[in-house]
Design a protein around this ligand. Structure first.
Ligand SMILES: Cc1cc2nc3c(=O)[nH]c(=O)nc-3n(C[C@H](O)[C@H](O)[C@H](O)COP(=O)(O)OP(=O)(O)OC[C@H]3O[C@@H](n4cnc5c(N)ncnc54)[C@H](O)[C@@H]3O)c2cc1C
Length: 349
């Protein structure tokens, strides 16, 4: 509970993740990871359990994969050997820096640039609302390079990079803004070839977007348990709330939302195990359904609990706030709907 109200990294949670060895799920076995390649289903199931316990813990776990996946996929042997074993042991915290003050959903509108001069890259611009900023050991950073876009691995201690906290949000999160003031790195800091950023960003989403749905499932499970405990205990009009028709209905509908989201999520994650890119639309569908369901479920749970659903610092109040950002990050619902509908119109003869 304490970590979930913190917008800086909570050392106890970092230690818990480190000793759990779960970060090994985020790196291929050749570099200290658990499986030969990253298994989206395993990541999803882990996020269900972690989010139910702590959003801070869940986010820290998720970012180890989201921030480092482009290194696993496109890094040179030297980049992989330097960073991935540290990520797997949770000795280096990872981050992915895409969003900018102006560019959110429309990432092609970014204005951070990288210019190659004499074998070096010079990066100028800024990023905002970056998870783990200030705590991360490196930032996988999206830049404009000429007419295209590239990813660059920027170590946190690089001269010219400054970090400040982002505004506090309703569900505290480790978030920061980055400024790149003529940051100079060797051209070998690029991840993959120049101009190949979208390939690697899409690959990252293909593996990890569905895991947000997993986290939403965990949140729903936690919220529903709170509502069940309360409505079973509290009586009004001579019988438990859980047996009053409309309250029972809200519990039943919430259970149906939870289980359907869990099934869709695990199915999409299982599809992504063999072919993440092909499963991306299903991952978007699962993320859309699970996060929208989480919003409805947690709202119903608060309603079932009456005034006890409103107590600051209670688990249910925490879940209520935490459900909200999930419909915005890693693909806002409206943007996901556009992609999912486009796929649907292609599928139907
Ligand atoms: C807790 C948290 C953690 C984050 N962590 C990271 C991180 O680690 N790295 C990173 O790079 N970014 C991160 N972000 C930023 C996040 O990715 C953006 O918030 C997200 O991409 C949405 O962009 P935006 O907030 O600028 O909203 P906007 O893009 O301004 O969208 C606002 C609204 O308009 C809708 N909209 C936009 N375009 C369309 C369209 N074409 N059609 C229909 N509706 C549309 C959206 O769905 C949304 O409802 C984080 C954000 C949060 C809240």
């Amino acid at each position: 509970m304490e970590a979930d109200e913190s917008s800086t990294l909570h050392p106890v949670v970092v230690d818990a993740l480190r000793t759990s060895t779960l970060s090994e799920l985020m790196v291929p076995a050749a570099y200290g990871g658990r499986f030969e390649k990253i298994d989206p289903l395993a990541v999803c199931v882990a996020r269900e359990a972690l989010m139910k316990t702590s959003a801070h813990l869940d986010s820290l776990f998720a970012l180890q994969g989201i921030g480092s996946y482009a290194i696993s996929r496109a890094g040179t042997a030297a980049q992989r050997s330097e960073w991935l074993p540290l990520v797997a042991r949770c000795e280096a915290i990872a981050a992915l820096a895409l969003t900018e003050p102006v560019a959110g959903s429309d990432l092609k509108a970014i204005s951070t640039t990288a210019t190659e001069r004499n074998g070096e890259l010079v990066i100028s611009g800024s990023k905002s609302f970056i998870s783990n900023a200030g705590a991360a050991a490196f930032y996988t950073t999206l830049v404009r390079e000429g007419d295209g876009y590239s990813l660059v691995l920027v170590p946190a201690d690089t001269a010219g990079l400054t970090i400040s906290p982002s505004p506090e949000i309703i569900a505290p999160h480790v978030l920061g803004d980055l400024v790149f003031d003529e940051v100079v790195l060797p051209a070998t800091a690029r991840l993959g070839e120049p101009g190949t950023a979208w390939k690697h960003v899409l690959a990252t989403l293909a593996v990890f977007r569905v895991s947000v749905a997993g986290a939403a499932v965990g949140l729903m499970e936690g919220a529903l348990e709170e509502a069940v405990r309360h409505t079973r205990e509290r009586e009004q009009f001579g019988k438990p709330l859980s047996r009053q028709g409309p309250v029972a209905g809200m519990l039943a509908d919430s259970w149906a939302d939870l289980e359907s989201a869990r099934l869709l999520t695990r199915q999409a994650a299982a599809m992504a195990v063999d072919n993440p890119a092909d499963a991306l639309d299903h991952s978007s569908l699962a993320k859309l359904h699970a996060t929208e369901s989480a919003g409805r479920v947690v709202d119903r749970c608060v309603q079932c609990m009456g005034r006890w659903g409103l107590i600051r610092g209670s688990k249910i109040e925490k879940y209520y706030r935490q459900a909200r950002p999930m419909r915005l990050y890693e693909g806002a619902s409206e943007v996901l709907r556009l992609g999912v509908a486009a796929r649907l119109t292609r599928e139907v003869d």
